[in-house]
Design a protein around this ligand. Structure first.
Ligand SMILES: Cc1cc2nc3c(=O)[nH]c(=O)nc-3n(C[C@H](O)[C@H](O)[C@H](O)COP(=O)(O)OP(=O)(O)OC[C@H]3O[C@@H](n4cnc5c(N)ncnc54)[C@H](O)[C@@H]3O)c2cc1C
Length: 464
C-alpha cells in the first residue's frame, strides 16, 4: 500500500494499492481494462491540490496523469491548443510561448486558478475551475473538446456536439466518469495589462468593479483584511484590476514583484501578526499600481509546498496545521450583507482567517453540476486548521455555518475544497446531485472510478 495525501491541506491521507503514471492514452486504456479484469477500482489524480478526497480512494489503483503532458496541435487562426490532461499551467504557458516566437499578436490562456500553479489541465476540468476574470464563466467555457477514457476502456471525444452528455458530466465531474487524457483549450489574444490598485471598503467594490469593467478591465479581485480584532475585518481590502493598454507601452524591467521570501513573510504575519499584515500587503500592492503584466503570466503566483511546517515551528505549535479553503457564492447584491454576517460568525466561532478574497463569476449553463448557477460574487476563505479532532471539527463547523449563510442569501459553495457540507446543504446548492450520482452509476455500474469524495456522497445519499 502507498500512502498519498493532498498538497495543501494534508488532511486526506489515503492508502492506495499502487500508483501508475501512464504517459500515453493507450497506457490509460490498458490500465482501465486491466483493472476491470482484476476487479479493482481506479482513482485519478493530477496535481493533488483538491482537498475533498476527490483524487484518492482507499485500496484503489491510483492513476497519476502528470505524465500525459505532451502539447499537440495549435490552431493559430481560431486560437485553440490540444494538450495532454496532465500538463501543468507553467508548462502549458511556456509551450504556448515557444510555439509563437515572433508571432504578433500571440495567443495565451484565458484563465487558470490563482494562488497555485502546479495544477493540471485535467484537474481544472474535473473541478470546472475559475480564475480572477471579471467577465468569465468557469473553465468549461474555455474548453472546445476533450478525450475521455470511460469505465469500459472506450476512448470518447467529447464536445458540445459529440458525446455531449459525457462532456457536461465530466466537466466538474471530479473524475467520476473516466480519465480525461487530452484537452482542446480555447485561447484568447495575449494582451498587455495595467494593474490598478485601490484600497476600498466592500460597499464600494461592486460599483467600482462595474465602472472598471466599462473602462475595459478584464481581471480583478478584492483581497480583504483578515484581522478579526479590527473593524476592517472582511470589510476593507485591496481592490486590484487589470486593464488592457497599448502594446507600445514598455514593460518595466524592475517590477515590484512578490517573491518567495515576501510570500513566506506575509503568510507568517497572517498567522502571528494579523494586525499588521494587511498594511504590509496593501503597501506592497499599492507599490505595483500602474505596473504592466501579460494577460497569461499575471495569473501565475508564488506557492510553496510544505510552507506550513515552518509556520508550525515559528508559532511553536504542538500539533501540525494547515489552511483549509472554502469558496462561497452569493448573488452579487448580497455581497456586503454576506461579509458582514460572515464576520460575525467567524468571530463568534473564533476561527482564524489566513487569507480571503472576492472575485466574480458568470453563470455556467453547460455543466451538469454547475456551481456557478448564477452570476455570483465568489468569496474565498482560507481558515487555519489544526490537525487535531477539535481543530478539524472547528473548521468544518465554520464552513458549514458559512454555507448556511450563503444559502440563506440564495447562494452556493464549491465542492472542491472539503466534504464537510451536510446533505441538506448539498441538495440546496446542487439540486441535481442525486441525479449526478445516478448517472455515475449508469455509466460506471461496476464502480471502476472511485474516490473518497464519491464514496462519501454515495453513502450520504443512500440514507433515506
Ligand atoms: C492553494 C490552492 C489554490 C486554488 N485556487 C483555485 C482557484 O483560484 N480557482 C479554482 O477554481 N480552484 C482553485 N483551487 C482548487 C483546484 O483548482 C482544484 O482542486 C483542482 O481540481 C486541482 O487540480 P489538480 O491538478 O491538483 O487535481 P487533483 O487534485 O489531483 O484532482 C482533482 C480532481 O480532478 C480529477 N482529475 C484530475 N486529473 C484528471 C484527469 N486527467 N481526468 C479526470 N479527472 C481528473 C481527480 O480525480 C479529482 O477529482 C485551488 C486549490 C488550492 C490548494
Amino acid at each position: 500500500m502507498i500512502l498519498c495525501n493532498d498538497i495543501h491541506s494534508k488532511l486526506n491521507p489515503t492508502r492506495v494499492l499502487e500508483v501508475l503514471q501512464p504517459t500515453t492514452e493507450a497506457a490509460v486504456v490498458e490500465a482501465v481494462r486491466q483493472a476491470a479484469r482484476q476487479g479493482i477500482s481506479i482513482s485519478i489524480c493530477g496535481g493533488r491540490h483538491a482537498m475533498g478526497g476527490q483524487q484518492f480512494g482507499e485500496s484503489t489503483l491510483l492513476l497519476d496523469l502528470t505524465g500525459l503532458d505532451a502539447v499537440g496541435e495549435m490552431d493559430r487562426v481560431n486560437g485553440t491548443i490540444e494538450a495532454g490532461a496532465g500538463i501543468r499551467w507553467p508548462q502549458l504557458i511556456d509551450a504556448l510561448h515557444a510555439r509563437q516566437i515572433g508571432d504578433d499578436p500571440m495567443w495565451g490562456i484565458r484563465q487558470k486558478q490563482t494562488g497555485a500553479d502546479d495544477l493540471t489541465l485535467g484537474g481544472a476540468l474535473a473541478a470546472n475551475i475559475h480564475g480572477r476574470g471579471l467577465l468569465m464563466k468557469p473553465i468549461i467555457d474555455d474548453v472546445e473538446a476533450f478525450t475521455l477514457v470511460n469505465a469500459g476502456g472506450e476512448i470518447l471525444r467529447c464536445s458540445r456536439t459529440e458525446n455531449a452528455e459525457w462532456f457536461r458530466l465530466a466537466m466538474g465531474g471530479y473524475g467520476c466518469f473516466g480519465v480525461i487524457t487530452s484537452v482542446c483549450l480555447r485561447l484568447s489574444r495575449r494582451v498587455k495589462l495595467e494593474r490598478r490598485v485601490e484600497i476600498i471598503t466592500v460597499d464600494r467594490f461592486l460599483p467600482l468593479v462595474e465602472k472598471r469593467i466599462e473602462e475595459g478591465a478584464l481581471y480583478g479581485d478584492f483581497q480583504f483584511s483578515i484581522d478579526e480584532h479590527s473593524p476592517d475585518f472582511l470589510k476593507r481590502g485591496v481592490f486590484s484590476c487589470y486593464l488592457p493598454v497599448g502594446e507600445d507601452r514598455p514593460m518595466s524591467e524592475s517590477r515590484n514583484e512578490l517573491v518567495a521570501d515576501d510570500w513566506r513573510e506575509l503568510i507568517r504575519m497572517a498567522h502571528c501578526d494579523r494586525a499588521k499584515v494587511f498594511d504590509r500587503y496593501a503597501s506592497f500592492y499599492l507599490g505595483t499600481h500602474g505596473s504592466l503584466y501579460w494577460s497569461d503570466t499575471h495569473q501565475l503566483s508564488v506557492y510553496l509546498n510544505d510552507y506550513h511546517d515552518q509556520i508550525d515551528r515559528d508559532c511553536g505549535s504542538e500539533v501540525s496545521a494547515s489552511e483549509m479553503i472554502s469558496e462561497l457564492y452569493v448573488p452579487r447584491e448580497h455581497l456586503e450583507a454576506f461579509l458582514t454576517a460572515a464576520a460575525k460568525v467567524l468571530r463568534q466561532m473564533e476561527v482564524v482567517v489566513i487569507y480571503g478574497t472576492v472575485r466574480l463569476i458568470q453563470r455556467d449553463e453547460e455543466s451538469f453540476l454547475p456551481w456557478a448557477s448564477e452570476d455570483f460574487a465568489c468569496i474565498i476563505f482560507n481558515l487555519h486548521t489544526e490537525h487535531s479532532m477539535d481543530g478539524i471539527a472547528k473548521s468544518a463547523d465554520a464552513f458549514r455555518a458559512l454555507i448556511d449563510l450563503a444559502l440563506r442569501f440564495g447562494g452556493s459553495y464549491f465542492l472542491t475544497y472539503h466534504r464537510w457540507a451536510r446533505r441538506d446543504q448539498i441538495e440546496l446548492a446542487y439540486p441535481m446531485f442525486r441525479r449526478f450520482l445516478e448517472l455515475k452509476e449508469a455509466r460506471d455500474p461496476e464502480g471502476r472510478f472511485q474516490s473518497e469524495w464519491w464514496r462519501h456522497h454515495r453513502d450520504l445519499f443512500l440514507q433515506p
